[in-house]
Design a binder for this molecule. Structure first.
Ligand code: MN3
Length: 383
């Protein structure tokens, strides 16, 4: 029985984690839950899964939750609350399903406490990979990626050495706007961006998929998770979204990992790791699918990819600036304050303005992040 602290339980990934836990009641037990402010759903989840502790992100919701739960469940607040859950003694797996860099403090706490970490949040690795990975290497903690591509890469590598890898091909469906790439992205609506053809995900990542920034962030994530040079990571557009990544080894052989585009697969892979559990999730039926296609990701149409490679090559605090300015710009797009085609351009502007700090401390990274999001607001919302 694995005891799980699930941070970000009311989001898209969090709800899928609970669905897997529901299917394997003998293997997994929810010991702690956290959400930002979706209080009603959180309380339903508490009633069903009976965790011992809960953390609520938004301080205005804290008292409501505390009142409804009485003394039956320990209730914590804010980022400190998440960190508390990530460090509790009887937790085996810390599942990080919080969207954005807010996942960084509990990630660090889980590493320091030697936990198994199922990581669905890519932002903390993108921003702070240079800080987090050495910390991880010096700890007993183990990081299991839940991002579907990286989960696939992990499965392909298996027991082989990272140094035997020639190239990692990260696949991507192309996002909701792939079909209109030739016509440009002027006047794209929020609804159009949010209707992803293959994946049903949270809003931020769906927008990132449309700009291909998501793939860019994943390139950076892969660099850190698999200790591989940026030049050995390639992006492959694969609209059927059945192959989730391909690892080519130095001897010229390649392995691919296939599953239907459904987050429950990488979630189950991480939770069951290193075992395989029998599931009744929908299987890949190649007799039905018949054709799989692949395209090169054109960096001219999708400059977000170019920016991500640049941030990775230059390093220091630049990936944090890329990540944070993107996060801020996506928020502005979702709230109707800027057009879709302004998102990546804004990120580029802020990156050009940034004075890179090399070999950054955690403080440097956090400062670069808040500087970048501030710059986005003042650049985009100028009268
Ligand atoms: Mn992904």
């Amino acid at each position: 029985m694995k005891n799980i602290a699930l941070l970000g339980s009311t989001g898209s990934v969090g709800r899928n984690v609970l669905e897997i836990v529901r299917q394997f009641p003998k293997q997994f037990r929810i010991k702690a839950l956290s959400s930002n402010k979706n209080t009603d759903l959180l309380l339903d989840q508490v009633a069903e899964f009976k965790p011992e502790s809960v953390a609520i992100g938004a301080s205005e919701e804290y008292l409501t939750v505390k009142k409804s739960l009485g003394s039956t469940v320990k209730v914590y607040e804010g980022t400190d609350g998440m960190c508390r859950l990530a460090s509790e003694k009887d937790i085996d797996v810390v599942f990080l399903a919080v969207s954005g860099t807010i996942a960084l403090p509990p990630l660090i706490e889980a590493i320091k406490n030697g936990k198994i970490i199922a990581l669905a949040s890519k932002e903390p690795i993108v921003s702070a990979g240079s800080y987090v990975m050495p910390l991880l290497a010096a700890s007993k903690a183990r990081l299991l990626p839940v991002d579907s591509e990286h989960s696939a890469v992990m499965s392909c590598i298996g027991q082989r050495k990272h140094s035997d890898i020639e190239t990692i091909y990260l696949t991507g469906s192309g996002g909701s706007l792939w079909h209109r790439k030739e016509n440009g992205f002027l006047n794209v609506t929020v609804d159009e961006v949010l209707s992803h053809p293959k994946w049903n995900m949270g809003k931020k990542i769906t927008v990132d998929s449309a700009t291909l920034m998501n793939k860019g962030l994943e390139v950076i994530e892969a660099r850190w998770l698999f200790d591989i040079t940026p030049g050995s990571i390639k992006v492959l557009i694969h609209p059927e979204a059945v192959i989730h990544s391909i690892v080519e080894f130095k001897d010229g052989t390649s392995l691919a990992n296939l599953f239907m585009p459904d987050m429950r697969f990488p979630i189950l892979t991480a939770l069951a790791y290193p075992d395989i559990y029998k599931s009744d999730l929908p299987k890949v039926d190649l007799y039905k699918i018949k054709n799989l296609s692949f395209f090169e990701a054109d960096r001219k149409h999708f400059p977000a990819l170019e920016l991500a490679y640049e941030a990775l090559e230059k390093g220091g605090t630049l990936p944090a600036v890329l990540n944070s300015s993107n996060e801020a710009a996506v928020k502005l797009f979702l709230s109707g304050k800027i057009n879709f085609d302004k998102i990546v351009g804004t990120v580029e502007k802020i990156m050009r303005k940034h004075q890179i700090v090399y070999k950054p401390s955690l403080k440097d990274i956090m400062e670069a992040e808040s500087w970048a999001s501030g710059e986005v607001l003042s650049t985009c919302l100028q009268p």
